[in-house]
Design a protein. Sequence first.
Length: 440
Amino acid sequence: MTTEQLYDIYKQHPVISTDTRKIAPGSLFFALKGDKFDANTFAEQAIAAGAAYVVIDNPAYRLNEKYLLVDDVLSTLQDLARHHRKQLKIPVVGLTGTNGKTTTKELINSVLSQHFNTYATQGNLNNHIGVPLSILSINNTHQAAVIEMGANHQKEIGLLCSISQPTHGLITNVGKAHLEGFGGFEGVKKGKGELYDYFKKSGGVVFVNSDSADLMQMQYDRTLKNVVFYGSIDLENLVSGQLTENSPYLALQWTNNGTGKSYDVKSQLTGAYNLDNILAAISIGVYFKLSAEEINAGIAGYQPKNNRSQITQTATNTLICDYYNANPSSMFVAIENMGKIKADYKVLVLGDMFELGDESAVEHEAVIKKAMETEVGLRIFIGAEFYKSIDHGPWTMDKNKFYATVEDAIAALKANPIKNATVLIKGSRGMALERLVELF
């Protein structure tokens, strides 16, 4: 079956399913393979659950004309998305980066949605399966799209760009994450830089944070032509901005340097590091000629969720829940932000960072050192990697607590509850630090 033939079927059944537990009636079911499953074996179940057709790559499971046999289900899904993308005549903003991808995507979506019917990546559908599913979710009612692209090794962003074919794009930042997969920090820059490589060939518009020396060098090395800058003070930026408040919610003043007019806006975000993400969304709003009122409505209206810089008030504490994920770069800026927040009593609760490979011990000790340099009332380090560092430094144990497991930390917090504090809880997703929240 050719991509064009499958596309004709997709147009009649434009909803894609990949999980038999969530079959939409009349959908196309793609029988993807994983490390521990082969969805070809669920093809008959998908039809029984209401799928109009199933796409399979094992002829043993082809029972009738509703079973569409292809060479490889994953590559077929990706090719179908590429074909659909070519039919779309709308701006598509593609973004990647080490930190802040999802927050920036949501901010851009919130801004553009004030003026356009905008589609944005749902949840964390930002990989080689998620991006095709996102593209295939865009229909002819949408006027713009925002597609998030994640990666943990090289050549991934290049693949995702070939599927999503963005007309506009940005890299939020480059930092120390997935070092094991990328092969160190230079590998991260090369991998994320594949988005710039795509735009060098396509000639599309790239938004670049002029405050980032790494991003400035990366775009300069590729001699990108259509670049729009944003950042803190440079008058060559399309948009410049500075924080006016961080206690703990962010407020800022931003300037449209094309008109020279400045505007104030309050957000529902915490973390000074989110200024860059907000300015990225504002600059895209200005570029697409939204009014300042529309842009500010988009920024002020965005409420973070999924435990990304999310503030939770309990009966006795203010929690900054940021435990969706963590890496050395995001840890540093989160700790720095705690140093800037105005609060009588501040507590750091930091969990292990994953996927750092041979750099793990060094990076965990660097985070400990950063935390020690930051003025807070108490520091709690949780996880095997942090615990290994307990004897590696002159840490006094009155304000610094080390626990090998989350269970050990839970027992200690139950015995010595924390009250009347502003608490940052941050760690890699695998640490499941949400188990601590009820103790505060």
